[in-house]
Design a binder for this molecule. Structure first.
Ligand code: COA
Length: 192
């Protein structure tokens, strides 16, 4: 699957108040393996993947594709954000062509400090400038309270709930951006 138009990639690193978002590099491999093998991160994502399998299969530079951001805090990778073309094999698919799906994974030690919100807001602002008309959607389990709260703070609104993979799923779409100010910090985004 591809985006409706090409994303400008890799982007110049995006600096927020506390974080940097950038394309992935070889030095992020350990953090990507940590994220995907963490039982806490995997709780609502079908469970963690075995570390030995990840050690074998994660490429030297992980996540090397348009829309895959590594989020860095003080020089260390703390999470990833994905803006991927929506998977049409999903059990529910209600919008028309050209949707992009937001995903986010952050290391548990960094939860509860607003980093995911700050980083996702910056990624969404970047995406809105790159592909202005393209809708952004989000799936999450309703039991994933942290993710549900984050989705609401970012401006996603519910389209529907449905049962899949043995759990209630939430499907939301991002409300149109009214201004180009940053979503959570209220800081004005630089004009381009
Ligand atoms: C979903 C996930 C990214 C949410 O992480 P998070 O840290 O709770 O999210 P936020 O960045 O929005 O942080 C909000 C919390 O930080 C607190 N916070 C502290 N300082 C803050 C600040 N300066 N600014 C904003 N919030 C701040 C908020 O009060 C809030 O706390 P609360 O959870 O007690 O209400 C994280 O739980 C995760 O990686 N989960 C595993 C992956 C996953 O399930 N992904 C979903 C499917 S895509």
């Amino acid at each position: 699957m591809t985006h409706s138009r090409a994303l400008p990639w890799p982007p110049a690193p995006i600096a927020t108040e506390r974080l940097i978002l950038r394309a992935s590099e070889a030095r992020d491999r350990a953090a990507v393996i940590e994220l995907n093998s963490s039982p806490e991160v995997g709780t609502y994502l079908g469970g963690p993947r075995p570390r030995a399998e990840l050690d074998r299969t994660v490429p030297e530079v992980p996540g090397r594709r348009p829309g895959f951001f590594v989020v860095e805090r003080d020089g260390s990778a703390i999470g990833t954000i994905q803006l991927d073309p929506q998977d049409r094999e999903r059990p529910k698919h209600r919008l028309e062509a050209g949707e992009t799906e937001l995903g986010y994974l952050f290391l548990p030690a960094t939860w509860g400090r607003g980093y995911a919100g700050e980083a996702c807001a910056a990624a969404l602002d970047w995406f809105a400038r790159a592909l202005p008309a393209e809708p952004v959607v989000l799936y999450t389990q309703t039991a994933n309270i942290r993710s549900m709260r984050l989705a609401a703070r970012l401006g996603f609104t519910e389209v529907e709930r449905f049962e899949a993979y043995g759990a209630e799923q939430w499907f939301g779409v991002l409300a149109p951006v009214r201004s180009r100010g940053s979503r959570l910090t209220g800081r004005a985004a630089p004009s381009s």
